[in-house]
Design a protein around this ligand. Sequence first.
Ligand code: MG
Length: 213
Amino acid sequence: MGQDYVLNKDYFIDVIKDLIVLAEEKRDYFTGLDSAIGDGDHGINLSIGFREVEKNLEEWAKEDLTTFFRKVGMALLSKVGGSAGPLYGSFFMKFGTPANGKDEVNFQEFYEMFKVAVESIEARGKAVVGEKTMVDALRPGLDAFEKAIEEGLAPKEAFNKFKEAANEGADSTIPLVAKKGRAMRLGERAVGHKDPGAASSAAFIETFYNKLP
Ligand SMILES: [Mg+2]
């Protein structure tokens, strides 16, 4: 599978730089979504977390991918409030583990990075599809990615399926009643609003896609 397709540290650093920009640009959008069904801090929390990453990026960029992402994850875990901190914290702490201390990964390893990271969000949040959470974007996205790899699509095309399914999954949260988090208390009143975590997750995946060679 995509044996010649290697993603080096520059790719991942560029993605993180874009995520730092995204967290600022979409701060009000994510916060607006969270204001409708939560406590209105999702965008602010993400921007605080990624500002912490930005402060340390140059230093952390000297590390191998496993250490680099562990540090990113720990920063998000400690700085991002609400449920997003532990969830994105665990996502990024796990994300680098398939890189095994290296500075680059092949496409199989790249796939495994998302697999372990999405599974860690599912485990941490104890969430499944249909509960109006990040998992509604990430699980169908990962499944579509796996299917595309099995079908032999080229690496970037296969990841495009991840991006598309994650965006559709985020949209699929609009008509849902929430089964997790603060929005759960709203019952039917959460219906008609996109889940902020699913929206930010889909935007993260899109950022990884946009930088792929
Ligand atoms: Mg919140």
